[in-house]
Write a protein that binds this ligand. Structure first.
Ligand code: BGC
Length: 740
C-alpha cells in the first residue's frame, strides 16, 4: 500500500526518520485531506456526462510543433502542455510547463525570463534536502506567476551511463540520494498549489534510441534501484502525477507497460495520482488499459487515442468504461489534493528575481565540488596581481543544458551557439549561457588584480597569456542535451589539449568544469586545482568566484561516479550509439528496428556499487568532495536501524561536510549501499553527533514478491566517499520479509 505522506526534517534521511514530525509543509496533503480529495473526485466523476469524461484525458502541446499544429484555446499559455478544463464542474484547465530546473523558455516563444536553478547534478551535490525544497518552492512560485499549474519537474532517473545526455537534469546514481532529494523538490514545488510530475517512469537511462530502446532488467533489480528512487520520491513528495518514459521495457513502451504502471505503481505502491505520457510516447488506445491516464502533447503521437477513440471504446467495453472513470478520478484527485481549483493561477504574476536568484546562488555555492587542490592553490588570494581567465565564454556567462528543460533568464541567454542543422526542434538545441559572468564576478572580488580573458580557441594564445599571469583559471565546458548522448568522456573542441599546454607553462592552473556529465581528465596531475561547477544556473558566475576566493568554502560531494575510463562501465560501448543517426524526437528508424539495453549486467549495482563489485577505482568516487577545512567522522555505532557517528571540523575554517554511512557486507559477502547521509555545517573545532535512520529496504533484496533480509551479520562503515571507508562495525540482524 502507498505509504501516506510523510513529513521531512531537513538533512535527515532514511524513511523512518522522515516520519518524525519536523519542518511541516503547509500545502502538502495529510492522509485526511488526501481522502477528502479522493471523495470529491469520485463525486465529480459521477456528475460527468460521457462527453465530459474524455476532456481531462488528453491534451495538446500549445506550440507550433508537429505535422498539424492545433489551434490553441485562449487560456492556453505557450508551454509544454494544455489540457482543457470543465468549467461546468469547476475543474480548471491544466497548463503545463517544463521542468526540473525552472520554468522553461520553449524556444524563446514566450519572451519572459525565469530563474534557472543549477543543474540536477549541482543540486544533488549539495546532499541537502532542504535546499532542494527551497529550490522547488522557488521554481513552483515562478510556475504559478506565469500562469501554469503543472510543472513537469521531478527528474529522478538514475545515472546508469555517464554519457547519458540528460544526466544533468537528473540527480544521482543512488536510489536513496535521488529519492530523498527529488521528494523534497516535489514538496517545495507543490507547496505553491501546482501539481508536479516525477519523471521519467522508468529506466530511461540513455537518449540514444530513446523512444524505442528496450530495457531488459529483472523485477528484483529494478525494484532495488531505479524504482526504489521513484518510490522514495513519491513517499516524500506526494506528486500529483507520474510521467511515464519514452523507452520500452521488456518489449512494451513504458507508457503502455502493464508491469510498470498497473502492477508496480498503482497496485503495489497504491499510487493515487495520474500517469501522464511523455510527449510522443503513446503507442495506442490500449495504453489506457495498461495504466496510462492522460495523453500529453497528442499532436506528437501517431493519433489522438484518449479523445473520441477512448469515448467510443468506453461506450461499448466495460473495461474501458471502468478505466475512464478511474482516469478521471486520478486526475481530479491530483487537482483537488493540490488545490488547483481553489487557488486558480493567472498570467502576469510578480516574480521577485532578486530573491529567486538568491536561491539559485545558494544552491550553486553548496553544489560546487572541489575535486583537486594541490599545495592549497585555492582559495585564491584577493591580492593576486594577474589572473588569466581562459575559455568557456567566461567573460559573458555560464553554460546550461539543452532540450525541454532549458531555462533562460530575463533578456535571454548571454551567448547562444546554435548546434543543430535546422528542423523544428533546432531551437531546443543551442548551447546557451546564462547572464552571470565569471569575469565580472572575479573582478568584483579582486578589484586590484589585473584580470584578463581569452577565448581559448588557440592553444598558442592561451599559452602566451598563461605565461604572463600569476594564476590561470580555465573554464572548460561540455554541453549536453536531451535527445543525444555524449560520444565519450572527453572535453570537446580541443580543450583537453589546451589545458595540458597551459598547465605545462603555469603551475598555478585552476580548471573550472562546467559539464553535465562526468569527464575524463588526462591532464589532472598537471593542474593545481579542479573545481566541478556543473551547469551552475542563473547566478553561477558569482558562485564560482565565491568558491575560488574562499568566500564560500566548497562543500559539494559527487552524487555520481567519475569513471577512470569507459572500460570500467557495465556497457563500455553505448548501445545503439554507432548505429543510429541522432534524432531528437525520433522513433525507430524502421518500424521493426530493435535496440536492446541490458541493465541486468549491473542490475541494482549502479555506479559506485558496480565499482565495488568489480574492485575498480574511479577517477573520482561517488560521495567525494574536498573543502578548505578538514573533517573527521568517527565513532560509528549501529544496531542496523539507526547509525550514530560524530563529525568534527578539524581545520581552521567554518565549513560543511556530508556524513555518509554505507552497508559494506552481509554475512561476509561484500556489497556496497549508501544507507544514510546528512550534510553537517560546523564551525572550526566544533563537532556534532549525527543520528541516521536506516531504511530497511536498503539492507534487503527484492525476493518472492517483497523485501527480504537474510539473517546475519551486517557490516557498516563511515565513508569519506564510496571508496574511502572506515573500519566496519557490525550488527546481527534477524531475517525479515515484508511487502511493499
Ligand atoms: C521530455 C519531457 C518533457 C516533455 C515536454 C519530452 O521531450 O522527455 O521531459 O517534459 O518533452 O516538453
Amino acid at each position: 500500500m502507498q505509504t501516506s505522506f510523510k513529513r521531512v526534517i531537513a538533512g535527515s534521511v532514511g524513511l523512518a526518520a522522515l516520519a518524525i514530525a519536523g519542518t511541516s509543509f503547509a500545502q502538502t496533503a495529510t492522509p485526511a485531506a488526501s481522502k477528502a480529495a479522493e471523495d470529491r473526485a469520485v463525486a465529480t466523476v459521477k456528475q460527468m456526462t460521457p462527453a465530459e469524461k474524455t476532456i481531462l484525458t488528453h491534451g495538446v502541446m500549445p506550440l507550433p510543433i508537429g505535422p498539424n499544429p492545433p489551434k490553441f484555446p485562449d487560456d492556453a499559455v505557450p508551454g509544454a502542455g494544455y489540457v482543457a478544463g470543465i468549467p461546468r464542474l469547476g475543474v480548471p484547465a491544466l497548463t503545463e510547463t517544463d521542468a526540473s530546473l525552472g520554468v522553461s523558455y520553449v524556444f524563446g516563444i514566450r519572451k519572459d525570463g525565469a530563474t534557472a536553478l543549477p543543474s540536477g547534478l549541482a543540486m544533488a551535490s549539495t546532499w541537502n534536502p532542504d535546499i532542494l525544497r527551497r529550490g522547488g518552492a522557488m521554481i513552483g512560485s515562478e510556475t504559478r506567476a506565469k500562469g501554469f499549474n503543472v510543472l513537469l519537474a521531478g527528474g529522478a532517473n538514475l545515472m546508469r551511463d555517464p554519457r547519458n545526455g540528460r544526466t544533468f537534469e537528473y540527480l544521482s546514481e543512488d536510489p536513496l540520494l535521488t529519492g530523498v532529494l527529488v521528494g523534497n523538490a516535489l514538496q517545495g514545488i507543490q507547496s505553491n498549489h501546482v501539481i508536479s510530475t516525477i519523471k521519467h517512469f522508468a529506466l530511461n537511462g540513455q537518449e540514444t534510441g530513446r523512444k524505442f530502446a528496450d530495457v531488459q532488467i529483472s523485477d528484483a533489480h529494478a525494484r532495488e534501484s531505479d524504482l526504489l528512487a521513484f518510490k522514495i520520491g513519491i513517499e516524500i513528495g506526494n506528486p500529483g502525477s507520474v510521467m511515464c518514459a519514452y523507452n520500452r521495457i521488456h518489449g512494451e513502451q513504458a507508457c503502455a507497460s502493464d508491469y510498470l504502471l498497473n502492477t508496480v505503481l498503482k497496485k503495489d505502491w497504491g499510487y493515487k495520482g495520474f500517469v501522464m505520457s511523455d510527449w510522443g510516447a503513446v503507442p495506442g488506445l490500449d495504453a489506457a488499459l495498461k495504466g496510462l491516464d492522460q495523453q500529453s502533447g497528442e499532436q506528437l503521437d501517431p493519433g489522438v487515442f484518449f479523445g473520441d477513440k477512448l469515448a467510443a471504446a468506453a461506450s461499448s467495453n466495460p473495461a474501458y468504461a471502468a478505466r475512464l472513470d478511474d482516469m478521471n478520478k486520478r486526475i481530479l484527485w491530483a487537482i483537488y489534493d493540490n488545490g488547483l481549483d481553489t487557488h486558480p493561477v493567472s498570467k502576469g504574476g510578480k516574480i521577485d528575481f532578486a530573491a529567486d536568484g538568491a536561491v539559485a546562488l545558494e544552491t550553486a555555492k553548496q553544489g560546487i565540488v572541489l575535486l583537486r587542490n594541490e599545495r592549497a592553490a585555492l582559495p585564491l588570494a584577493k591580492t593576486a596581481k594577474t589572473i588569466a581567465l581562459i575559455g568557456g565564454y567566461a567573460d559573458s556567462g555560464v553554460l546550461s543544458g539543452g532540450g525541454s528543460s532549458q531555462v533562460q533568464g530575463e533578456g535571454g541567454p548571454a551567448v547562444n551557439v546554435p548546434l543543430s542543422g535546422g528542423g523544428e526542434w533546432s531551437p531546443f538545441l543551442a548551447q546557451a549561457y546564462h547572464r552571470s559572468s565569471p569575469l565580472a564576478a572575479i573582478k568584483a572580488l579582486a578589484p586590484k588584480a589585473q584580470v584578463f580573458y581569452r577565448d581559448g580557441r588557440y592553444i598558442a594564445d592561451a599559452v602566451a597569456q598563461a605565461k604572463r599571469a600569476e594564476v590561470v583559471v580555465i573554464f572548460a565546458t561540455k554541453w549536453a542535451s536531451e535527445g543525444f548522448d555524449q560520444a565519450d568522456l572527453s572535453l570537446p573542441e580541443g580543450q583537453d589539449a589546451m589545458i595540458a599546454a597551459v598547465a605545462a607553462v603555469n603551475p598555478n592552473t585552476i580548471v573550472v568544469l562546467e559539464t553535465g556529465n562526468p569527464v575524463a581528465m588526462p591532464w589532472l596531475d598537471k593542474v593545481a586545482a579542479v573545481v566541478q561547477a556543473w551547469y551552475p544556473g542563473a547566478r553561477g558566475g558569482e558562485a564560482i568566484a565565491s568558491v575560488l576566493f574562499g568566500d564560500t568554502n566548497p562543500s559539494g560531494h559527487l552524487p555520481i561516479t567519475f569513471p577512470a575510463s569507459l572500460s570500467q562501465l557495465p556497457r563500455p560501448a553505448l548501445d545503439g550509439y554507432d548505429q543510429l543517426e541522432p534524432n531528437f524526437m525520433g522513433g525507430p528508424p524502421t518500424p521493426d528496428a530493435k535496440l536492446t539495453v541490458n541493465y541486468d549486467i549491473e542490475g541494482s549495482d549502479v555506479g559506485y556499487r558496480w565499482n565495488a563489485r568489480k574492485g575498480q577505482k574511479a577517477l573520482f568516487p561517488f560521495g567525494y568532495g574536498l573543502s578548505y577545512t578538514s573533517f573527521d567522522a568517527t565513532g560509528l555505532q549501529t544496531d542496523g536501524a539507526t547509525a550514530r557517528l560524530t563529525v568534527k571540523n578539524t581545520g581552521k575554517r567554518a565549513g560543511a561536510t556530508v556524513a555518509q554511512v554505507y552497508l559494506v557486507s552481509r554475512s561476509g559477502a561484500q556489497l556496497q549501499r549508501l544507507v544514510g547521509f546528512q550534510r553537517v555545517d560546523l564551525a572550526p573545532g566544533a563537532s556534532r553527533k549525527v543520528t541516521l535512520t536506516i531504511d530497511p529496504r536498503l539492507l534487503a533484496d527484492w525476493k518472492d514478491g517483497g523485501w527480504t533480509m537474510p539473517e546475519g551479520e551486517y557490516a557498516f562503515a563511515i565513508g569519506k566517499d564510496a571508496q574511502t571507508l572506515g573500519t566496519p562495525v557490525t550488527a546481527r540482524l534477524r531475517a525479515r520479509h515484508w511487502e511493499e
